[in-house]
Design a protein around this ligand. Structure first.
Ligand code: BGC
Length: 815
């Protein structure tokens, strides 16, 4: 242990006090020993440091900071160096605001297009997400503070996010859901990891010894700190045993006491606590050094320009019929769409940043060289229909050479705590687009959304530019792509299915009661579409440019693939070349091909470059559930170089000698996985993959409700008052939506409906302690009066305890 001597000077109470927050954002200090508090702040695409009222829902304002494009956007740049640069800027701002730990990046897999936090995550591919996250972490931590990669792990839905049990087989877990974390830890060297709210195969992630001890600590040799997600601690002692140093936010000492009691009664050894304290002290001491200097003001303009650069590299050109883009000088342009006035540039929830400034299309359009003839909102941002708005927009569009229409999802639809209901954009936008098409065929749509949307309207537009959620400078970045000042070079980091029904997790998303079963196994995103031969609208890795690239001269060596790229078009630009590997043996089921490397190359017109993509320890590996380790199968492997996952330009084959591990599967028992058609796997076959029985996925409606049941389950409670409370909550949600207060309605879902009872205590900073919660549960379970008496008694006890604590502190001060 690094801080053995210091730890020896601490009392048991002091050590335990470090294991949970002092308040919502800060850790506990011990002044007499020179141990200061750390400040943790969201993240991930800007600093959300709250100076006054604190919350994790995006309600109260934070100190202004640069709002960079969200992870889903940056991922489209496929540029690790750019991500690292952005990380450096984020780190600088964190230091300027006195933040020790920046709560990002978020690297969960985009398993399903409707998952509410997709906009905060990079990709459906773990290799791409891991590489980009590692770069960002290196950038943030180059300032001496800590990044915090989150949410570890398999946190892929918002429905019941604090209680849901994710059932996933070991191989899929390793290959799909953990690989990005593995890269972030190995190559990014993150100093902090945030555990996820959910359970993984029956145990809360922060208590899950397989995840936290066997994989994170023993296999990956992680020596940093694990912090719970806010309010995500269930059994504090079990968490400590698994190596979860810090619980956030404060529990007013309640869970510290549980640790103390566990040590006093011999349930755990004091050394377990000491080890956790040691790692936490290291984080405190190493990050506070970075904050010793007086805080420098950041250069806001420079940071704004950086946000613009990141956006420019991340915008994806999806369609360009008749070369409608770039828009020729002198064309009369009509601008339509609410989002042109007020940009749609980030998502809602804990990641919300209060930007230092915000570009708007209408303000930037002239300076970007466009000749505009006017603007019409054309639709209501939150979906209200209006024929009049459509009519005036059409009248404007009639007079234009080109119509730019700004459409997409609104910020209430893409929010933390809530999955989307459909993959469509709102109907009023589609109706507007259809009407515009009747009066003008030269339409370019600019799309803002942090995840895939369905596009039944695609044939109505000639040009389609996807800006994703491009941050505070995104509006200008998009205009520069439209004008041709910037040649688009972004490519999709996720697949766009034609219809939601095509998605591999369609039948298994979201889990609505006890659990969610990942029956599709490793077949998420392109891994499924590609292997099962399902057509998509836009494939993974797809994106157009204003120039053209040619691929030639592939050469495969033992440790790398080399090829030539030539810009054969008329404009300078960058190409993202992608390396996919496909195993030719059919002994072990696999996706047809998987991303194993990529490079982004800038080329002037006519220029060529020979580029190399190295192989690494992930290129040929698969996880073998029999040997419980990574293995290589002896086989021929296709080395595929593509401009997207479906546009493969060069192919070669390499024979690899494997590790000769025993075959892990009986083919006949896993037909869907061997065929890749894994979107509707039977329970029996999933159990064959899992190697065990699937736990009951439905609630036992006869059982009394406990700490980890959610408030939504009050609908089945024995207590009439609880059922009434549920009806009230349900009604308020319905009513608020009906009167158009969708963001308040969302808050009900996010902070009440899906909250487990234990959260009532964990999220109120001890205002309601666990013994009081026991009383509440009695009331819920039909013992109203007994429960009420219990609550009042425990409340009295708590207040007396607090009073005597204050008197003791007072007395100590007076001595
Ligand atoms: C979110 C985390 C966030 C934390 C603190 C939680 O609800 O899941 O991503 O960092 O709140 O705001």
């Amino acid at each position: 242990m690094k801080y053995k001597e210091l730890i020896a000077k601490m009392t048991l109470e002091e050590k335990a006090s470090l294991m949970s927050g002092k308040d919502f954002w800060q850790t506990q200090d011990i002044k007499r020993l020179g141990i200061n508090s750390m400040f943790l702040a969201d993240g991930p695409h800007g600093i959300r440091k709250q100076a006054a009222a604190a919350d994790h829902l995006g309600l109260n304002a934070s100190i202004p900071a640069t709002c960079f494009p969200t992870a889903a956007t940056v991922a489209n740049s496929w540029n690790v160096e750019l991500g690292e640069k952005m990380g450096e800027y984020l780190g600088e701002e964190a230091v300027a605001q006195g933040v020790n730990v920046l709560l990002g990046p978020g690297i969960n897999m985009k398993r399903n297009p409707l998952a509410g936090r997709n906009f905060e995550y990079f990709s459906e591919d773990p290799y791409l997400a891991g590489k980009l996250a590692a770069g960002m972490i290196r950038g943030i931590q180059s300032h001496g503070i800590s990044a915090c990669v989150k949410h570890f792990a398999v946190n892929n839905q918002e429905e019941r996010r604090m209680a849901i049990d994710t059932i996933v087989d070991e191989r899929t877990l390793r290959e799909i859901y953990l690989t990005a974390f593995e890269i972030a830890i190995d190559e990014g060297k993150t100093k902090t990891v945030m555990s996820a709210y959910n359970m993984l195969n029956g145990a809360y992630t922060n208590e899950n010894t397989h995840l936290m001890r066997e994989i994170l600590r023993n296999e990956w040799k992680y020596e940093g700190v694990v912090v719970t997600d806010w309010g995500g601690s269930n059994d504090r002692v079990a968490g400590l045993i698994a190596g979860n140093e810090l619980e956030m936010p404060t529990t007013a000492g309640e869970t510290n006491e549980e640790i103390i009691q566990a040590i006093k009664t011999g349930k755990i050894k004091e050394e377990v606590l000491d080890e956790n304290v040691d790692r936490l002290l290291d984080l405190i001491f190493t990050t506070e050094e970075a904050l010793l200097e007086p805080h420098k003001e950041i250069d806001k303009e420079k940071h704004h320009r950086m946000a613009q650069t990141v956006a420019e590299e991340s915008i994806v050109l999806l369609k360009n019929e008749d070369k409608i883009l770039p828009i020729q000088k002198g064309k009369k342009v009509a601008i339509v769409g609410e989002f042109a006035k007020e940009a749609r540039y980030q998502g809602a929830g804990s990641s919300i940043v209060n930007p230092t400034k915000l570009d708007s299309t209408l303000e930037c359009v002239k300076e970007c060289g466009f000749e505009t003839i006017g603007f019409e909102a054309g639709f209501d941002r939150y979906g209200k229909k209006s024929q009049k708005s459509i009519d005036v927009a059409c009248a404007l569009a009639k007079r234009a050479d080109v119509v730019l229409i700004y459409i997409g999802l609104d910020e209430v639809t893409e929010a933390e705590g809530l999955d989307r209901q459909t993959m469509q954009i709102s109907e009023n936008q589609i109706e507007l687009l259809n009407a515009l098409y009747q009066v003008n065929k030269n339409i370019v749509a600019i799309l803002s959304a942090g995840a895939a949307v369905e596009m039944p309207w695609i044939n109505k537009v000639k040009g389609l530019v996807h800006g994703y959620l491009s941050g505070q400078a995104g509006a200008k970045a998009i205009l520069r792509v439209l004008s041709g000042d910037v040649n688009p070079s972004g490519k999709l980091a996720e697949s766009y299915p034609i219809r939601y029904e095509d998605t591999p997790s369609y039948y298994q998303f979201p889990g609505k009661e006890v659990s969610v079963e990942y029956r599709e196994g490793p077949y998420i995103g392109y891994r499924y579409y590609d292997t099962a031969n399902v057509d998509v609208l836009f494939p993974f890795g797809y994106g157009l440019s204003y120039t053209k690239f040619e691929y030639s001269d592939i050469q495969v060596a033992k440790d790398a693939v080399t090829f030539k790229l030539t810009n054969t078009g008329g404009m300078a630009g960058s190409e993202i070349a992608q390396l996919y590997v496909g195993c030719k043996s059919t002994n072990i089921f696999r996706p047809k091909k998987e991303l194993k490397g990529f490079t982004k190359v800038f080329l002037n017109p006519g220029a060529s470059k020979t580029v190399s993509i190295p192989f690494d320890n992930k290129t040929f590996r698969y996880f073998n559930v029999k040997t419980n380790s990574w293995e290589i199968e002896s086989a021929d492997y296709e080395i595929l170089i593509g401009s997207s996952s479906t546009d493969i330009r060069l192919v070669d084959v390499i024979a690899m000698e494997g590790t000769e591990a025993p075959l892990p599967y009986v083919k006949a028992k896993l037909p869907s996985y061997y065929s890749g058609k894994a979107n509707n796997v039977s329970l029996e076959e999933f159990e064959n993959l899992l190697g065990s029985k699937v736990p009951e996925s439905k609630w036992d409606r006869t059982k009394p409700l406990g700490y980890n049941d959610t408030i939504a389950q009050c609908q089945y409670a024995k207590g009439g008052a609880a059922r009434f409370a549920f009806k009230l909550i349900h009604f308020s949600h319905w009513f608020l939506r009906k009167i158009g207060k969708r963001s308040t309605a969302n808050l009900i879902m996010m902070s009440i409906y899906h909250m487990p009872f234990r959260g009532v205590s964990r999220m109120t900073g001890g205002v309601i302690n666990m013994p009081m919660l026991d009383g509440i549960l009695m009331m819920v379970n039909g013992q109203f009066l007994k429960g009420l008496r219990h609550v009042l008694k425990e409340r009295r006890k708590k207040m007396e305890g607090e009073k005597s604590k204050t008197t003791m502190v007072q007395a100590a001060k007076e001595m």
